[in-house]
Each structure stands twice: as C-alpha cells, then as structure tokens.
Design a protein around this ligand. Sequence first.
Ligand code: ZN
Length: 171
Amino acid sequence: MAFSLAQEFLKRNETYVEKEHKRIPLFSEMTFSPKKMIFSCFDARADPKNILGLTPADGAIVVRNASGTPARNLNDIIAMDKFTSLTEVIVIKHTDCGATHMTEEGIRAHIKKHSPDIDSEILDNFSMETTHETRKDVELIKNCPLIRKELRDNTSGLLFDITTGKLTKVI
Ligand SMILES: [Zn+2]
C-alpha cells in the first residue's frame, strides 16, 4: 500500500493526544462566540494563521477555499450571523493565486472528461466560480440582500502580497 499522509496524521495525532491536547470547551461552556468571518485562499503560502497571527481570542471563523471567494459560502455567512451575530466579514486575497489559472469552463471540462456520462442537468446546476478579484468578492457580500445590512457595511477586502508579506486594504 502506498504511503498515505492520512496514516501519518493518525500517528502524529497519537502524539498530540498524549502530549499536547487540553480539554476543549463544549459550546455550552464557551464564554464567547466567534464574531468575525474571514475568507481566505486555501493556498498554504497564505495561511491566515501565519500572516495574521490569529489566535482563538480573535474569535474568527476562517473559511478557506480556492481563491478565498465567498461566492459559494454566502449561506454560511447568513447561518453564522443567525448563530453568533457576526460583527465583521473580511475577504483576504493573495498575489500569485493559483485560482487565476482556473476557469469555471475548465473545471466543467475536467468533470466531463473523467465522467462523460454525467447528467448535463446536474452539471448545469453546479457552480464552481472562482473569482480572484478582491473588490468583486466583497461586492458579492455587499450586494446580497439576504445578509444583514450592518454586516454588509462592515465587510472589507484585503490583499496579501506573497513577495513582501505585506497586507493592504483594497476595499
Ligand atoms: Zn490562492
């Protein structure tokens, strides 16, 4: 059997359980709830934990996906807002993002190639939009009438420069 990273993780977790794990509070015991939602690319070079020094005290929920777009997660914003009354949403993009090389048409063609018998109706209903423009992604949230106005108004977009490590506000 080929080497599996999942198997390696199970081994590493044994060490974590033995040496590092401390009891994690249950929801009913938590004294604060996350109030900020951050969208970020799943590129390991732009990990918000590293570039922002995020800690649990920041009360941030981090959603990571291809390009860090909220396009497929607008319902998550609404659900979390209902759950914790969010105060802020931040979209973080980064330079040299792999998503700039992806197109929805290309992904659809990939699916068609490996699954030629797929029902085209299923494919038509499948959204794999990957935007890489910070402003466009923030406007998706700001223009979504289902998201509370105060939250839409408190949504911003930042850009992380892979080369310099600097974070700048775009919108
Ligand atoms: Zn990226």
